[in-house]
Design a protein around this ligand. Structure first.
Ligand code: GAR
Length: 200
């Protein structure tokens, strides 16, 4: 089977990138790791595994669209089949989402549609929910609104702080992101409206 050529986008530590690398998914090849931050530790992880990196600092661009157009240009030679957002802390403009329509996936640290945006673990604690979790979804033009591929639940205990809850969420993320990517890259699922279904 042909491997999907993917880019992993990360702005920070890159523990999800590491989990994806470690999972050695047979149906994907990480062609490049992209970041908007030159000091993102994710870039070091990529270099350790001899994966090419690209960095474009978002500062200095007049608009989100200008920045994303440059990102599209820089990534063009990689001939990508899929964009994997793994802690990429920028909202993608419609310019980017349309360029890779249906080919962008994201991991979000909550059970969407609850607690979209940033600081989702803090939002869950402040709201007082007893369960939160992790969502892997396709990206559309909204913020954290695309069709859901996989979700997994994390219980919130009385003793949890934002830090301990984030640790629990990360552990689950590292399990379900590789699973979701395997489903996407091996053609086992299809999107029907808002639903992502296993092909029969
Ligand atoms: C992850 O928890 C991911 O769900 C979150 O950023 C973290 C990145 O961790 N993403 C978002 O909040 C996107 N809105 P990592 O750099 O260790 O993979």
């Amino acid at each position: 089977m042909n491997k999907m050529r993917v880019a992993v986008f990360a702005s920070g530590s890159g523990t999800n990138l590491q989990a994806i690398i470690d999972a050695q998914i047979q149906t994907i090849e990480i062609a490049v790791v992209f970041s908007n931050k030159s000091d993102a530790y994710a870039l070091e992880r990529a270099k350790t595994h001899n994966i090419p990196v690209e960095v474009i600092d978002h500062k200095g661009y007049e608009s989100r669209e200008d920045y994303d157009s440059e990102v599209i240009k820089v990534l063009e030679p990689y001939k990508l089949d899929l964009i994997i957002l793994a802690g990429y802390m920028r909202i993608l403009s419609p310019v980017f989402v349309r360029a890779y329509k249906g080919k962008i996936v994201n991991i979000h640290p909550a059970l969407l549609p609850c607690f979209p945006g940033i600081n989702s673990a803090r939002q869950a604690l402040e709201y007082g929910v007893k369960y939160t979790g992790v969502t892997v979804h396709f990206v559309d033009e909204g913020v954290d609104t695309g069709p859901i591929i996989l979700q997994s639940v994390v219980e919130i205990e009385d003793s949890d702080t934002e830090e301990t809850l984030l640790q629990k969420i990360h552990k689950v993320e590292h399990q379900i992101y590789p699973k979701a990517l395997e489903l996407v890259s091996s053609g086992q699922i299809e999107v029907k409206g808002r639903r992502v279904l296993k092909k029969s």
